[in-house]
Design a protein around this ligand. Sequence first.
Ligand code: NBG
Length: 836
Amino acid sequence: MATKNVMEPQKKTESQSISTLLDQYGSGPIHFTGSDNGLYERHLLFDNVIDSAGADERDRFEAFARSVRDILSQRWTLTENTYQRKNPKRVYYMSMEFLIGRSLANNVTNLLLDPLANEAIRQRNLNWVELLEQEPDAALGNGGLGRLAACFLESMATMQLPAMGYGLRYEYGIFKQTIEDGWQREHPDNWLRRQDPWEVARPHEKVEVRLNCSFEIQAGTLHALPGRPTTLIGIPFDRPVVGYGGKTINTLRLWAAAAPDYFDFEIFSHGDFVGAVAETLEAESLTRVLYPDDSTSMGQGLRFVQEYFLVACSLADLVRRFQRTNADWSAFPERVAIQLNDTHPTMAIPELMRILLDDVHLGWDEAWDITQRTRAYTNHTLLPEALEKWPLAWFQSLLPRHLEIIFEINRRLLISVRNRFPDDEGKVQRVSLVDEAAGRKIRMANLAIVGSHSTNGVAAIHSQLLRTTTVKDLAEIFPERFSNKTNGVTPRRWLLLCNPSLSRTITAAIGDGWITDLSQLRKLKPLAGDASLRSDFHKAKREAKLQFADWLKSTSGIAVNPDTIFDSQIKRIHDYKRQLLNALRIVVVYNRLRQNPGLDVAPRTFFFSGKAAPAYQLAKLIIKFINNLAGTIDGDPAVRGRLKVVFLPEYSVSLAERLIPACDVSNQISTAGYEASGTSNMKFMMNGALTVGTRDGATIEMAEEAGEENFFMFGLTAEQVAASRAWYNPHWHYENEPETRAALDLIFSDHFSRYEPGIFAPLRDTLLTRGDYYMHLADLTSYLQAQHRLGELYADPDAWTQKAILNVAGSGKFSSDRAIAEYANDIWELKPCPVS
Ligand code: NBG
């Protein structure tokens, strides 16, 4: 079977009159395709000056996307004009990452243009799948944090909230991953090599950013050149964010760095022609590449400047916008809410203070009040190595005025802490914005909490741990600032668009209200016992599995059997996420089958996918191990046809959209207390997979919603992990659990590395010698038991499908619409502003 039209636009809006829609978009009599004057035909001819016979698939994609952009353009400008006219409070979502993925299919769906697109495809005999494949993933993020930002923007537009995203326009997104000989290789992701059809450059809205010194970048490292203040230029590139129904089209504004558009004639006239040109190169390299580490910020001077650049450009822009319609600065908090997505944009606090003090000439108290009331901070991790601390020295040379302001904030903070806790110098040291240990550093998380009115975690357990451990002292001082906002994902991309067969089944059962009100999925609950719904559900899953198997075969040659359980773990490769635990349980099952070939276990296909930070050696070794495991199992006749391991390279939004609908089992197995929330867990649940998981992140709340009896929970709780830290000994498990020992011995005997003896020695180090910090061995047995229970259930398809339906029915809470409604009500005090 040839690759099917996996994402063929659905026909759900055919009944709705297209002309009414086109009126809504202000593009009345224009034809999309079908004549020489059609938008598509004109773009094909005039943008690239080729006739349709000479056009290739990429040209067709560009022309198609441009035509869709044409249709939304008037509504997009009307959205901005409405905001200017009505002057509502607006939220600005600041984030170093937006993991957008592809936009064409999403925009067509959200604009309800499927019938129009179908007609165009028919008229022009287009290959829709091939056309969609031409669009590079806009991969301006590492993982969950960046994808959350993209889901949030989509929800805000769908809910008609006046919102804007601010980020950086990296020329290179997260690296592309290939696997060679089992090892990860990184390649640059030059996603803007061909012009992006969605973005609109707005050079006339450029802003200037001043730094106290010049810098040069050598081999990716920033070197400050003191005594030579510089100006950088930020050029905005806008992307449309289309709400479902096409009512609101908000803007994601990404900044690109440029050198001032004049030569440094002084240098030039002194004969340093090369130097004058080189400065341009240095400035432009500022936004060239996204940092590929999601959990450490050590020694990244360039990143420090990137963060400041984002903040400075965005604040200059929004202050300018505010001043256009407002004269009185005291109104600023009634017009502006700024959400800091993690600590990365925390410099927005001293930067706004600087503007209010130095440019607007307000007094300290008023400036501080305005700053705090507009700012809110979301924390996304408890890992201490991911909480940013920037060397004081960097502030000193690049941003001395900001350092002065931070010192003054700190001085006032410490006075009030000493007043409240006179005999507690320990507390004073812990809350201080300056970490005096090991070279003085600024604690950006502390600054974010002190300088804002709201701090939230991203799942109940995470928010609680944040309050009670990570920033305990600050939470005691400012308890009213802390709250929880459990994450969510947009059901448009992660169900409607990526899983047409399940979407149709759901809509047939309960209507299509779920698309914008996911809580309606609850209506499926009483129907879970219904034989015909079960059969439709089962068929939908089967269709998604076939489609995925088909795609995999045609793109990589790998054959997987859709009659096996599709069991997957897809996310960044990380110690705490414990891909290694998953691999260990596969080794145990493999051993069981080798010893007892008659064992009755349901055949499984294990999918792994995810990237490792380029400098994270252990994570890279885990990828190698999974690949070697896959190779050994493939080559072993004892288990052939019963177990298969597949590592899918180049994990991306698009890959997730293909794989998630096809999966039966979702592994969410982080060491309890370490995964802030997780969001792929929600996508799997929404798409009818059953979860095997630890009591961590949002998985806890997912189990509550679906009922624990419909989940496969296992392992130590966060309290147990913390309480056993002092005495935990992985050797005990090795000595006392025969299966654990046999699995480890098999790995250490080079069974999976016959031609590369010893390469997995670091796994022994981490699991045994160095104490197994993430407690893989402690949870292995209960993990196997949970998987065993799940295997038994699979033998009863009716019971399985019933649980799957109950999971989907319980997933309504995990819509990003719900999350955004909570942010809007509790933090931003933001109301919808319908476009008119
Ligand atoms: C990640 C957490 C995830 C969480 C996402 C989105 C960072 C720093 N944090 O658990 O690890 O789901 O943020 O909140 O990327």
